[in-house]
Design a protein around this ligand. Structure first.
Ligand code: NAP
Length: 221
């Protein structure tokens, strides 16, 4: 991607999103840090971060256009979607139906809503990277809803990628999935993980997807 255009990180208030936004900014990239709720200081303290707070993806897209015009920077040249997360709770058959519906909304539908609103900000060939986790590939007892939505998210990205490759696609962006196969170091919501990945490893893998137009559709880190 053209590095004079900012990278938009949506979900920049979250554990991974905030670390990705900070590391991309520390790497010298301009970052639009987009969230519904307040951003942590680790993000806002970076001089090349433009914070954008708005309640939903459509409002976020409008707020991004306004923030770019105000700051005199171009529209984003890439999107990183770090929406969702991991949780442990009851087995699927004991899960409160309202909690199931809430996880479908926050871990799957929210990604489609974000792509609908934010991908049109990008130009032809620009990257849109969706972060996903190990539960998308490995059935996890007690995290059934996250496993199911993670698997669905992997398919969602494949379909978006295929549809964006059609000759008349709008927008003709390149969709990728970055699967973080282990707990991200420092997140103590993961109890006793067998392995961890440092935020720097995640950002290095992300850099491959952002900067290489021939990068694979799916990358694991
Ligand atoms: N943490 C890990 O160890 C780990 C490991 C492997 C993979 N991952 C992957 O990293 C990604 C982010 O996980 P995380 O651990 O950073 O999760 P997190 O700390 O719980 O943050 C989740 C983010 O998603 C946003 N979000 C939730 N529901 C939303 C909705 N309906 N619309 C828009 N935004 C919404 C939240 O924003 P608000 O503040 O606005 O609610 C928050 O910024 C996920 O794909 C996860 O699978 C994480």
């Amino acid at each position: 991607m053209n590095s004079s255009r900012p990278v938009l990180v949506v979900g920049a208030s979250g554990f991974v999103g905030s670390r990705v936004a900070r590391a991309l900014a520390a790497d010298g990239r301009a970052v639009l840090a987009v969230a519904r709720h307040a951003l942590p200081e680790r993000v806002t303290v970076q001089p090349s971060v433009i914070p954008v707070l708005a309640a939903d993806p459509v409002a976020q897209a409008d707020a991004v256009r306004e923030a770019c015009a105000r700051a005199g920077v171009p529209l984003p040249g890439a999107v990183v979607a770090s929406i969702g997360g991991w949780q442990k709770g009851p087995d699927l058959l004991d899960l409160d139906p309202a909690e199931w519906s809430a996880t479908l909304a926050s871990h799957l539908t929210a990604h489609l809503d974000a792509a609908r609103a934010l991908a049109p900000l990008l130009g032809p060939g620009d990257p849109y990277v969706v972060l996903n986790g190990a539960a998308s590939r490995e059935a996890m007892a007690g995290s059934g809803a996250v496993s199911v939505t993670g698997a669905g998210l992997a398919m969602l990205v494949q379909v978006l990628r295929l549809e964006a490759q059609r000759a008349d696609a709008s927008p003709p962006v390149r969709f990728h999935e970055l699967v973080i196969d282990h707990a991200v170091a420092g997140d103590d919501r993961n109890e006793d993980p067998a392995q961890t990945r440092a935020p720097a490893q995640v950002v290095r893998a992300l850099g491959e997807l952002l900067d290489d137009p021939g990068a694979p559709a799916v990358l694991h880190v």
